[in-house]
Design a protein around this ligand. Structure first.
Ligand code: F6R
Length: 614
């Protein structure tokens, strides 16, 4: 939430900052703003609404050129999204500018104190308090970095802060606690950003910033200290994707590109994890086989789409690894008395690795001495650092707010983990694990096949753009797929959409069925005849009550044909792997329907990618 960019070097800062903001706009698009330091003067510009409004304002009134700058795209927390509340915020003298991501929880007390001392605050934000606190600290003596350290010591909550000061025109200072900030290391220039996407066009060398650290960024180098001013150890890494991955590549929307990239993303996530002997090797997981043998319970924590991947993980873990598995919304986890012990394995799934609810769940699990394994897509993010082990998904950057390729790769990761635990614990024979791994290796080709046959789904979506409600039904792993289909439609098309376990329908939701109501049904493979036959009965029940049935079923399944108003075919795959193929038509459906309604599918209203507040 909120995108932050900082630059210092020899080139015009404004161009680099605005280009960085364009790549970070997915993190928030309520308002945008920039600050540039030129000839000892601090110039800011900010506008409510998307970045295009700021770009227009800058084109009308270009600020003087400067080589030190920063910018911000906002997802509003404190104060409505207008020009006044947009970042950067400045102090009373106009010599300090600050941008911020996160929430400063004690902002009301700080603002009160500042106003009493005579400061004039011009916005309703928590952020502005920091500009005025820096003003006081700078007056008291010391440089901007020292002032920032002292101010951070007074703040409660989560924050990434970046500041500039006319008194030190070569310096950008950043600080972080519980909120992302990475450094991009260039040649005679350096960058700061919430996400490497902002500077990937200029450098692929990055530095992870740890918790409670302050970074001083100059053209000549980077210095990192903790909040007490002690030098901190820095961890450099090389980003393994390039700028083309962060661009639309000819697609109208990132979401379309990311849907199309799924076969590659699935293949990349499998890469290097299967030995020549067919045994899984998840070395990077950093959890010893001995530790995994001791595990007697697994709890998966995640949010949103990642939570749906967690629901599917439960079926795979229980079936293959023979371990009890609970799945919990990360935002709820620490409010119940979950029974955890050192033999509990908590699996935290997060595409961004920055979701605050997931991080808080991980910290809670750590306090209870459980082992923690992360599944994450973003190298250098916070979650992997807080886990005992991590399995990275290799989806590449996911920029559209609605998760698509990250979800499919999370599924691959949970399958790999479940099979690996089965291998280590001996709950499946080696040849059984190998057979399943071979099937997994064929999944990119199956997903590709689904993508090739999506035109009728797009047509269907366009024909339903006038509807107000769509229901989704599934059983077993088809139930989380139904939840995911409904979530995609809600967030992109702003329609009422609900996913139900098909068996629950008769316990209440069937009352919703009325003439012509579109109901999407995910049909399990025929191999699971108990499941399959039950869902065929469910289709008949809703059709008898007037529903318009949209049925997703495997190739060759003739039994559903008489009851399907629309039939969407997917390749035949084993039941547990079926979400990899059945989710794709639902992504395409939601994307097309939302586009037909004229919505921007990359930036749905009220949302932001990477939810860094609780
Ligand atoms: C929905 C979506 C969100 C995220 C959720 C968790 O399309 O993208 O529901 O899945 O905010 O995000 P991560 O996985 O980054 O923790």
């Amino acid at each position: 939430m909120c995108g932050i960019v900082g630059y210092v070097g020899g080139r015009p800062a404004l161009d680099i900052v605005v280009e960085g903001l364009a790549r970070l706009e997915y993190r928030g698009y309520d308002s945008a703003g920039v600050a540039v330091l030129a000839d000892g003067e601090l110039v800011t510009a900010k506008r409510a609404g998307k970045l295009v409004n700021l770009r227009n304002a800058l084109a009308e009134q270009p600020p003087p050129p400067g080589t030190l700058g920063m910018g911000h795209t906002r997802w509003a927390t404190h104060g409505v999204p207008n020009d006044r509340n947009a970042h950067p915020h400045t102090d009373c003298t106009g010599s300090v500018a600050v941008i911020h991501n996160g929430i400063i929880e004690n902002f009301a007390a700080l603002r009160g104190e500042l106003e009493e001392a005579g400061h004039k605050l011009g916005s309703d934000t928590d952020t502005e308090a920091v500009a005025h606190l820096l003003e006081d600290e700078l007056k008291a003596g010391g440089d901007l970095a020292a002032a920032m350290r002292r101010v951070c010591g007074r703040l409660e909550g989560a924050f990434t802060l970046v500041a500039m000061y006319t008194g030190d025109p070569d310096l950008v200072v950043g600080a972080r606690r519980n909120s992302p900030l990475v450094v991009g290391v260039g040649d005679g220039e350096n960058f700061l950003a919430s996400d490497v996407a902002a500077f990937i066009a200029h450098t692929r060398d990055a530095i992870e910033l740890g918790q409670d650290q302050v970074v001083e960024l100059r053209a000549s180098g980077v210095r990192v200290t903790d909040f007490e001013g002690r030098p901190a150890e820095v961890k450099e890494y090389h980003v393994d994707w390039d700028v083309s991955a962060a661009e639309k590549g000819g697609y109208d929307y990132f979401m379309l590109k990311e849907i199309a990239e799924q076969p590659r993303a699935v293949a990349d996530t499998l890469l290097g994890r299967i030995g020549t002997d067919g045994r899984l090797t998840l070395d990077e997981m950093r959890l010893s086989d001995r530790a995994l043998r001791e595990v007697d319970k697994i709890i998966v924590v995640a949010c949103g789409t990642s939570y749906h991947a967690g629901l599917i993980a439960k079926y795979a873990i229980e079936h293959w690894a023979g371990l009890p598995c609970e799945v919990e919304l990360a935002s709820e986890f620490r409010y119940r008395d979950a029974i955890l012990s050192p033999t509990t394995l908590v699996i935290a799934i997060s595409q961004s690795g920055e979701t605050m609810d997931a991080l808080m769940a991980v910290r809670h699990a750590r306090e209870q001495r459980a082992k923690i394994l992360g599944i994450c897509n973003v190298n250098g993010s916070t979650l992997p650092r807080e886990c005992d082990g991590v399995l990275y998904t290799h989806a590449g950057p996911e920029i559209a707010v609605a998760s698509t390729k990250a979800f499919l790769t999370q599924l691959v990761a949970v399958y790999l983990i479940a099979l690996y635990i089965a291998q280590v614990r001996g709950t499946k024979w080696g040849d059984e694990v190998f057979a399943m791994v071979q099937l997994l290796e064929r999944m990119p080709e199956k997903v590709d096949k689904v993508l090739e046959t999506m035109e009728p789904v797009r047509e269907l979506a366009r024909s339903l753009s006038g509807e107000h409600c769509v229901l989704f039904l599934g059983r077993h792993v088809g139930f989380p797929v139904a939840l995911e289909g409904a979530l995609k439609l809600k967030e992109l098309a702003y329609m009422h959409a609900e996913g139900f376990a098909a068996g629950e329908l008769k316990h209440g939701p069937i009352a919703l069925i009325e003439d012509g109501l579109p109901v999407v049904v995910v049909v399990p493979p025929r191999a699971r005849d108990v499941l399959h036959d039950k869902i065929v009965s469910n289709i008949q029940e809703i059709r008898a009550r007037g529903a318009r049935t949209i049925v997703i079923a495997e190739e060759g399944d003739a039994s559903v044909e008489p009851y399907a108003d629309t039939l969407i075919r997917v390749p035949a795959v084993p039941t547990l792997l079926q979400p990899l193929v059945t989710t794709v038509p639902l992504q395409v459906f939601a994307c097309e329907l939302a586009t037909a309604k004229g919505h921007d599918v990359d930036q749905p209203r009220n949302l932001a990618k990477s939810v860094t507040v609780e």
